[in-house]
Ligand binder design. Structure first.
Ligand SMILES: [Zn+2]
Ligand SMILES: [Zn+2]
Length: 369
């Protein structure tokens, strides 16, 4: 049968629609039909400047995908034709004996030196059909959704999983607690919805751009949510909002900027957990952002916790699947407005839209062409 694959020739290049032959899945393999892909900020970066870890071009990019199982190869029992599935971006290295990714591994495949990612080294979902190899089907981040879940909701799986890794790496820091989220881009908005679903006492959202902050406060309004523009006195205003506590219990950096880290550490108080979730990377590489920590007074006596998450393992993917299946995030579809929906024939427009300062989640529809 015929497949349609969009190859990106080079960073900042163009997408070439190519018709290719695709066969039947072999033993252990699954053939997927792409339904939706959403656009990650990393796709914007890959499109504009490439990534050092991406060595071969042309490339098939896009990693946030929901798909229908189109055919299964001999021996596949976990998936059946017609099932709605979602996929993770970080994937096992493919070695069954790997201590991280293998059959007896820890599952922390983001720690594996040979880790790979969909839409990076491993071909992404800018294609109508994909055959996944047996090791991916067996060990990789592919999960089934319940009936009643839409393809739109399912394509939030991977970015939501990344957020949930951040909210759950340390226990007991969200439920009944005050959370500060710095940055109201898509990771911030997944975090906002997840904190509410996890029973946060209050969520304080800080963002520089007024347009996006207003959009989020309007569309995700809740008595427990407060939005603060990033003014000169934002630190004092956040601390006022934390009352009767003297400081937040959880601070998540979702803005890729040194200023976000500076603000975050200035908020740490008694028992605060900091999740350094957004890395800072510029043309000159990854800048050093130094911070002096008193291991005795701050860490031991004040119980502060510095931690970080990026990407997702099977644990985050499973948490995200459960949250979506259980309807815990009923407003997910509000992250995409009509100006953020594109047919697959307009991938480049979709990537450009995702780069806009007011954009939350751009979805590319593979059933519309
Ligand atoms: Zn992503
Ligand atoms: Zn491995």
């Amino acid at each position: 049968m015929k497949n349609l694959v969009y190859y990106l020739d080079k960073p900042n290049g163009s997408f070439r629609a190519t018709e290719e032959e695709i066969g039947e899945p072999g033993p252990g393999e699954v053939r997927l039909r792409t339904l939706r892909t959403s656009v990650c900020q990393s796709d914007v970066v890959i499109y504009r400047q490439g990534l050092t870890r991406m060595k071969t071009w042309p490339a098939v990019i896009l990693h946030e995908a929901s798909c229908e199982v189109d055919a299964v190869g001999p021996g596949v029992r976990a998936f059946s034709t017609g099932a709605l599935v979602g996929l993770g971006c970080d994937i096992p290295c493919g070695d069954p004996s790997c201590i991280y990714c293998g059959e007896e591994g820890t599952g922390d495949w983001t720690s594996c030196p040979n880790t790979q990612a969909t839409g990076h080294e491993f071909p992404g979902f800018a294609r109508k059909y994909a055959i996944l190899p047996a090791w991916f089907v067996k060990l990789g981040p592919m999960v089934r959704f319940s009936s009643g879940i839409s393809a739109d909701e399912a394509c939030h799986l991977e970015p939501l999983a990344c957020t949930l890794e951040g909210l759950t790496r340390v226990n007991n820091c969200i439920e009944n607690r005050v959370a500060v989220l710095i940055g109201s881009g898509s990771q911030g908005v997944y975090a906002l919805q997840s904190c509410l679903a996890m029973g946060a006492r209050k969520v304080i959202l800080v963002n520089r751009g007024q347009e996006r902050l207003q959009r989020v406060l309007r569309d995700f309004a809740d008595p427990r949510v407060v939005g603060l523009p990033w003014t000169e006195d934002v630190r004092e205003r956040v601390l006022v909002e934390c009352k009767p506590f003297n400081e937040p219990h959880f601070v998540m950096v979702n803005a890729s900027a040194e200023a976000a880290y500076r603000l975050a550490v200035s908020l740490l108080g008694y028992g605060t957990v900091l999740d350094a979730h957004a890395g800072v990377k510029g043309a000159g590489g990854k800048p050093r952002i130094a911070q002096e920590v008193d291991l005795n007074n701050d860490i031991h006596y004040k119980l502060q916790c510095y931690q970080a998450t990026h990407g997702s393992s099977m644990r985050g993917i499973s948490l995200a699947r459960d949250m979506i299946n259980e309807g815990k995030l009923p407003l997910l579809n509000r992250m995409t407005n009509p100006s953020e929906r594109f047919p697959h024939t307009r991938i480049l427009d979709a990537i450009d839209r995702a780069a806009d300062p007011d954009s939350l989640k751009v979805i590319i529809d593979w059933e519309r062409g």
